[in-house]
Write a protein that binds this ligand. Structure first.
Ligand code: 5GP
Length: 183
């Protein structure tokens, strides 16, 4: 991949606020493009194919794995998630900085493949607050909430492997810190 320094990973446990942070970054800088992932998870209310995710069947996702169409992919809380590689190359060649908002295992894969990138890990203020954020958004059933919280322990223990670790207390402050890092 050309110009990998234009690739920024934002990772951290589910519920930490990655999605909100990324949306706020996008509002402030039109030269940033947020990668649209593929997933086998069912769409939540209001989510659109091609905008929030590419919602795929397991068969289609596996076919894309076989055809090496992902920069990274991982299984998370019972579903597959992956970053389609083609469009990322195209956006970087067109001068965009590209942000991947992905879970920790996939983020580690990208770090192993590409050296000249920026990786940022978002931590919750504490585990209780993380649980509150997941429950308050009201998007996941109990099984999925528990899977996400269980996974969070492993994910948080990996935070030291990333270039920057930020505690996400307040969205605006976190967004400012990320801009300082990436500009
Ligand atoms: P959700 O189901 O809440 O949308 O996403 C679950 C987790 O998958 C989140 O931590 C999210 O950042 C992560 N995720 C979204 N897209 C990708 C992707 O393309 N690859 C990987 N590895 N994780 C992703």
């Amino acid at each position: 991949m050309k110009n990998p320094k234009k690739l920024i990973i934002i990772t951290g446990p589910s519920g930490v606020g990655k999605g909100t942070v990324v949306k706020n970054i996008l509002k402030k800088d039109k030269n940033i493009w947020i990668s649209i992932s593929a997933t086998t998870r069912k769409p939540r209310e209001g989510e659109e194919h091609g905008k929030d995710y590419y919602f795929l069947t397991k068969e289609k996702f596996k076919e894309m794995i076989s055809n090496e169409m992902f920069l990274e992919w991982a299984e998370f809380a019972g579903n597959y998630y992956g970053t389609p590689i083609d469009i990322i190359n195209e956006k970087i060649q067109n001068g965009y900085k590209v942000i991947l908002e992905i879970e920790v295992e996939g983020a580690c894969q990208v770090r192993e493949k590409l050296s000249n990138i920026i990786s940022i890990f978002l931590l919750p203020p504490n585990k209780k607050e993380l649980e509150k954020r997941i429950r308050d958004r009201g998007t996941d059933d109990e099984k999925s909430i528990l899977q996400r919280l269980e996974r969070a322990d492993f994910e948080i223990s990996s935070s030291k492997d990333f270039d920057y670790v930020l505690k996400n207390y307040e969205i605006d402050k976190t967004v400012d810190e990320i801009f300082k890092i990436i500009s």
